[in-house]
Design a protein around this ligand. Structure first.
Ligand code: PSU
Ligand code: MN
Length: 301
């Protein structure tokens, strides 16, 4: 394969009701086999909503827009797929490596294929202890420069929520509540953080995505969709578990790209699987809503 083929052979999905899905959550965010079940269920949710799913990753240096079921299965069981964020994309391709893509990297690759809607669980953000570590996920800055809108269940509870919101505000990112006036907090349905922008349905969101383009704002929106009531976990309970996980992390001297996977893994144990069950429920819910938005968006065009 010539070096340019990696980019030239990508599909153009401008006119398709397409929703992309990331793969870091598959390889670094959940254990096997729940990760595989979750990935396949998300594709089904997108279809149920009337859109077409494209799970994105890099296999042996090749960008894949729409992994096959076999490739998803292989990634779900892989122990050596690298976690690919913005900084790792070209390295992964150049060295013919296999990598799962984070929110930031998935946005970049989706944008090459002109996919405008993306579903995930939670985005990265400003970490607790930021004053010491300066740990801010590359996900946050991606919204400023890449026109892909992401449906999530709010910033992951392991983060510093107010600082994450301030950062998005600074970058000029529209944070849109899907049928909610308050910021959902990933595992927890509701919080006291009031949102400036509220959408009553998918068509409200599709209009914003469409107008961003017309106005020349080449940026993504963050759509926050609360976890279904049935799976919502108590905030104080989760906060206690998160503080415990953070203590373990300090002891184990974890930093950089290992932080998020480490914390998510510890939480599954600390909550006896409850965090995992909620995580799966919220991602599926996001995939469905993303499907609705993709449909409305293409109809508008
Ligand atoms: N949210 C989850 N599970 C995950 C992630 C987010 O519930 O595994 C992943 C996403 O791929 C996100 C990444 O982009 O973690 C953020 O990692 P970092 O904080 O290192 O940028
Ligand atoms: Mn980080």
């Amino acid at each position: 394969m010539k070096i340019n083929d990696a980019i030239n052979n990508l599909p153009n999905l401008e006119k398709e009701k397409a929703v992309c899905l990331e793969t870091t959550v598959l390889t670094h965010g959940m254990p096997y086999p729940q990760n595989l079940e979750c990935a396949l269920a998300c594709e089904e949710e997108v279809k149920k909503a009337g859109a077409k799913p494209y799970t994105i990753g890099i296999i042996n240096g090749e960008i894949k827009i729409g992994l096959t079921r076999k490739e998803i299965e292989a990634l779900a069981q892989s122990h050596d797929a690298i976690k690919v964020s913005r900084k790792d994309i070209s390295y992964c391709i150049a060295n013919k490596l296999t990598g799962s893509t984070t929110v930031a990297a998935t946005m970049i690759l989706a944008s090459l294929a002109k996919i405008r809607v993306f579903a995930t669980g939670g985005i990265g953000g400003v970490h607790r202890g930021f004053n010491e570590t300066m740990d801010v996920s590359a996900d946050l800055r991606e919204f400023r420069s890449t026109p892909v809108s992401v449906v999530c269940a709010g910033p992951k509870a392991i983060l510093d929520i107010p600082r994450t919101l301030e950062y998005l505000e600074t970058e000029g990112v529209s944070v849109i509540g899907y049928q909610t006036e308050y910021m959902p907090l990933f595992y927890t349905r509701k919080s006291d953080y009031k949102l400036d922008i509220v959408a009553k349905d998918a068509s409200d969101i599709a209009k914003i995505i469409y107008l961003n383009e017309k106005v020349g704002l080449k940026q993504g929106n963050l759509i926050v969709n609360p976890i279904p009531e049935k799976y919502s976990l108590d905030y104080d309970y989760m906060d206690k578990q998160i503080k415990e996980a953070l203590k373990m992390m300090a002891k184990d001297h974890i930093s950089g790209k290992r932080v998020t996977p480490y914390l998510l893994d510890k939480l599954v144990g600390l909550t006896k699987g409850k965090s995992l069950e909620s995580n799966i429920a919220l991602i599926k819910n996001n995939a469905y809503v993303a499907g609705l938005i993709a449909k409305e968006y293409i109809d508008l065009k």
